[in-house]
Design a protein around this ligand. Structure first.
Ligand code: PLP
Ligand code: COI
Length: 340
């Protein structure tokens, strides 16, 4: 294999065109065979339900080059089942898990030369998505769907940030409601939060923390990640992460709750009152794109909570464990890697 000619050590989270993407269509009650294509254009009706009524969900997952040169995808079965949950909520037709997994493996194989070298620490990001494509003007679910995946090599999500990121608690915008669709990866959730994230970035922050929409009191998550704080005391350290009906069910966070316990930390999965920010010794923003982004500072109502300019001990231990498993330098003891 001849690797693509890219500056592997300086990738950001930006779109780099690769060799091929894949499209499947659901119509007349069956999924089509995969159509492998070289460009990003879709032939889509201007009346597609995805465009007007938001029947659009997506996923994000990563493939890593392991130390021995093999390639593996991190927990794609979890993304397949989350897409199914999202599709159920938005009355869409989701690809079966086997189709989703086969598509992921095949699209990585066909773009092998874009998987960043192991030593770069970068990865290949997969973006599966599902759209309602039937032309309709009435508000009702489409009968035809399109499932597709493109891939792009990525480096750090928060590229401008130094070792830690800066967040601001936003009290002007709610991203998602408790009985809404915040727990699935509906495209519209991101549009709903864009004005908050853009305003924070204009003011020099990397992202925002949203509070729950019912009481405006509990930490939900950031615009692109789940959140955790660390409580440290004489009895040890505790990984505390929000339980909320309006946050995305993060696969990274689910994995970290397991790894934190393995490392001997306690884990609390419960509502976090925003006033608790002052009790944390560390904080982190976690997701596929971001990995574990250590949080250096959070601003809330003009107060600043500081967690240091370097990742703290719990964050560092979690980082070593998660990246070790993902990159094949530690045993994959939970079989989270799917070989390509
Ligand atoms: N929360 C939001 C809003 C996200 O967009 C993401 C990214 O996918 C996450 C959390 C993290 O989820 P995961 O770890 O499954 O990527
Ligand atoms: C991810 O981490 O996969 C995300 O989808 C976050 C962001 C790019 C929306």
């Amino acid at each position: 294999m001849e690797r693509a000619n890219l500056d592997w050590n300086n990738l950001g989270f930006a779109l780099v065109p690769t060799d091929v993407n894949v499209v499947y269509r659901w119509s007349d009650g069956v999924w089509s065979a995969p159509e492998f294509r070289e460009n990003f254009d879709l032939n889509l009706s201007m009346a597609a339900t995805a465009l007007h009524y938001g029947q659009a969900i997506f996923e994000g997952l990563k493939a890593f080059e392991l130390a021995d040169g093999r390639v593996a995808i991190f927990r794609p079965d979890e993304n397949a089942s989350r897409m199914q949950n999202g599709a159920k909520k938005l009355l869409m037709e989701a690809p079966p898990e086997e189709l989703f997994l086969e598509a992921c493996v095949e699209i990585v194989r066909r773009n092998r030369r874009f998987v960043p070298p192991h030593e770069s620490g970068a990865s290949l990001y997969l973006r599966p998505f599902l759209l309602g494509v039937s032309p309709q003007v009435g508000v009702r679910p489409a009968v035809d769907y399109l499932f597709a995946i493109f891939v792009t090599p990525v480096g750090p999500y928060f590229k401008g940030a130094k070792r830690t990121i800066q967040l601001r608690v936003d009290e002007e915008v709610h991203r998602a409601a408790p009985l809404g669709v915040g727990d699935v990866k509906a495209a519209g959730n991101y549009a709903a939060g864009m004005r908050a994230v853009s305003a924070a970035q204009r003011d020099g922050f990397d992202n925002v923390i949203y509070l729950d929409a019912r009481e405006g009191r509990y930490i939900d998550e950031t615009g692109a990640t789940n959140f955790y704080g660390v409580l440290s005391g004489p009895g040890g350290s505790t990984y505390v992460t929000p339980k909320s009906r309006s946050i995305l069910a993060s696969i990274t966070n689910k994995s970290l709750m397991i790894l934190a316990k393995d490392l001997g930390f306690k884990v609390e999965h419960r509502p976090i009152d925003v006033s608790e920010l002052g009790s944390f010794s560390e904080a982190g923003a976690v997701g596929t794109g971001a990995g574990i982004a250590p949080v250096g500072r959070i601003e809330w109502r003009g107060r600043s909570f500081n967690y240091g300019d370097e990742p703290g001990p719990v964050t560092s231990a979690l980082l070593a464990e998660l990246t070790g498993i993902q990159r094949g330098t530690m045993p994959d003891r939970y079989s989270w890697l799917r070989p390509v």
